[in-house]
Write a protein that binds this ligand. Structure first.
Ligand SMILES: Cc1ncc(COP(=O)(O)O)c(C=O)c1O
Length: 487
């Protein structure tokens, strides 16, 4: 948004702002800050000049100057050298986490593969959501299926991708992880087998185990740095035929951790094989928007009606929205809804209204996000080649991470040592079952180049320490990788 706020409009928005409890400049700054935070003053809007506002409020110019200085210091007003400052929100270079997720100051978090919010877009969506809210306030606020506007927007997005979908085929969830838990508890009983790619997303493995199910791992073909080897269709089909898993959980769109993408041909074969084996195919499309190489693929659901698709705004827009969804046939959605009611009674309404606006103009933040990620990917691959030349790195087609093969099985030992050098890592075995992937490490390229470089140098230093004292590899590899939170 580009514009300016005239003094009369700002005075109206401020209302009776001056209680006299604090110095006037502080109260003025506090109220302007609140107005920016709740969206009543949009972002990137020029505030009135100091002189004009002082006149309109009948204050000394010094008071307004001090209030604007406080806003600048807090990050709510641009520096505005020689011109009028514009509203903004504070830019933080390090993620601010809730207690429990907080990592010590100065430690780079390489265990999370997630981006900060597409700030202005998300902020504006929340501000606009407040204008949509009054229409829903007369209702009870419990909605186990999800706010209609959001379900419609998600259904339209699938239609636009060539998958006819109605809003009745969408269940809104609190993120993809929540969606997977609902699906597991509906479709898989205790002791049932769930086919997974090996490696796969660690929190999915945890959810499968927590539901009392047994992961049936199917290895992905080995790393090559030139071409992406994709999926082993024969192995998948054999596992389905022989083990008859109740469900298969797959990440065909920029797979976590390898960043691979499944071809349309493989999708078609897989959907047919799953239907023949009586296995419900559950595809996690959380990373589908992070299509760095602009690969054209059709959503898995376009190859057969039985596919259950899970989506999320966490990687395309912001994980803090905690908004995801399930797309499936209507009768299955009804079953998911009754299972969901055991866990929670619906998602928060304002988040869903904001999400509806984001989904309606889904691509808005993507250009900028993707070009930064492309640069980061190249930069990280260059750093790995330069500082860790004995590691083999698979070039990801999309997503947020590079899956690396180490020269020795030392992933757990590195993960234990790395925090001493300033980096938190997720060890390879977190991505597999039965202690596999001790010779692998997932490295994210979500951070800006300077931070990537510092982190890779830190890993190099940890690797040097390990090389100098090889017994550490054995002593530190307990068989149980450190239980760090991963995303
Ligand atoms: C494949 C995959 N699924 C699900 C999630 C979690 O998604 P959400 O934040 O929507 O629960 C992630 C996050 O890293 C992911 O990579």
């Amino acid at each position: 948004m580009v514009g300016s706020l005239n003094p009369t409009a700002l005075v109206r928005l401020l209302g009776p702002w001056n209680s006299g409890a604090l110095p006037a400049y502080r109260e003025l700054a506090d109220v302007v800050r609140l107005l920016v935070m709740d969206g009543r003053i949009p972002l990137d809007v020029a505030l009135p000049s100091e002189r004009a506002l002082a006149q309109a409020l009948d204050l000394s110019r010094t008071t307004v100057t001090a209030a604007y200085a406080a806003l600048r210091e807090q990050g709510f007003l641009t520096a505005g050298q020689g011109s009028r400052g514009r509203t903004c929100i504070p830019h933080r270079t390090s993620p601010v986490s809730a207690p429990g997720l907080a990592i010590p100051e100065g430690l780079t978090d390489f265990a999370y593969a997630s981006l900060p919010a597409a700030g202005e877009v998300v902020h504006r969506a929340f501000a606009d959501a407040l204008t949509d809210l009054p229409a829903l306030l007369p209702g009870f606020g419990y909605d186990a299926v999800g706010v209609v506007a959001l379900r419609k927007a998600i259904a339209e997005k699938y239609c636009a991708e060539g998958v006819p979908t109605t809003e009745e085929q969408i269940l809104v969830t609190s993120g993809a992880q929540h969606a997977l838990n609902i699906v597991l508890r509906t479709l898989a009983g205790k002791q049932d087998k769930v086919l997974v790619e090996h490696p796969t997303y660690p929190n999915a493995l945890d959810a499968i185990r927590a539901a009392g199910c047994k992961p049936s791992p199917v290895g992905l073909p080995g790393i090559t740095s030139r071409t992406s080897p994709g999926w082993d269709m024969d192995a998948m089909m054999t596992t389905m035929r022989q083990q008859r898993p109740a469900m298969a959980y797959l990440v065909p769109d920029f797979h976590n951790p390898t960043g691979r993408v499944m071809s349309d041909l493989q999708r078609r074969v897989l959907v047919r094989a799953a239907a023949a084996a009586g296995t419900v195919l559950v595809v996690d499309e959380t990373l589908r928007a992070l299509n760095l190489d602009d690969v054209r693929t059709a959503p898995m659901a376009s190859f057969g009606p039985g596919v259950v698709s899970i989506g999320s705004l966490s990687k395309s827009h912001w994980a803090g929205l905690r908004t995801g969804w399930i797309r499936a046939e209507e009768d299955l959605i009804a079953r998911f809804v009754s299972v969901r009611a055991i866990m929670d009674l619906g998602g928060p309404v304002v988040e869903q209204l904001a999400a509806a606006r984001l989904v309606r103009s889904f691509d808005e933040p993507l250009n900028e996000r993707l070009s930064a990620l492309r640069e980061n990917r190249e930069y990280l691959l260059g750093l790995l080649g330069e500082h860790l030349p004995s590691w083999e790195a698979e070039r990801p087609r999309g997503g947020l991470t590079v899956w690396c093969r180490l020269p020795t099985p030392s992933s757990t030992a590195l993960t234990v040592l790395a925090p001493d050098f300033g980096v938190r890592l997720a060890a390879g075995p977190r991505f597999g079952v039965g202690g596999a992937f001790e010779q692998y490490l997932r490295v994210p390229f979500t951070l800006p180049p300077a931070k990537l470089e510092a982190a890779i140098l830190a890993i190099r230093a940890a690797q040097d320490k390990l090389d100098a004292a090889p017994h550490l590899r054995r002593d530190l590899a307990t068989g149980q990788p450190p239980a760090v939170a991963v995303a």
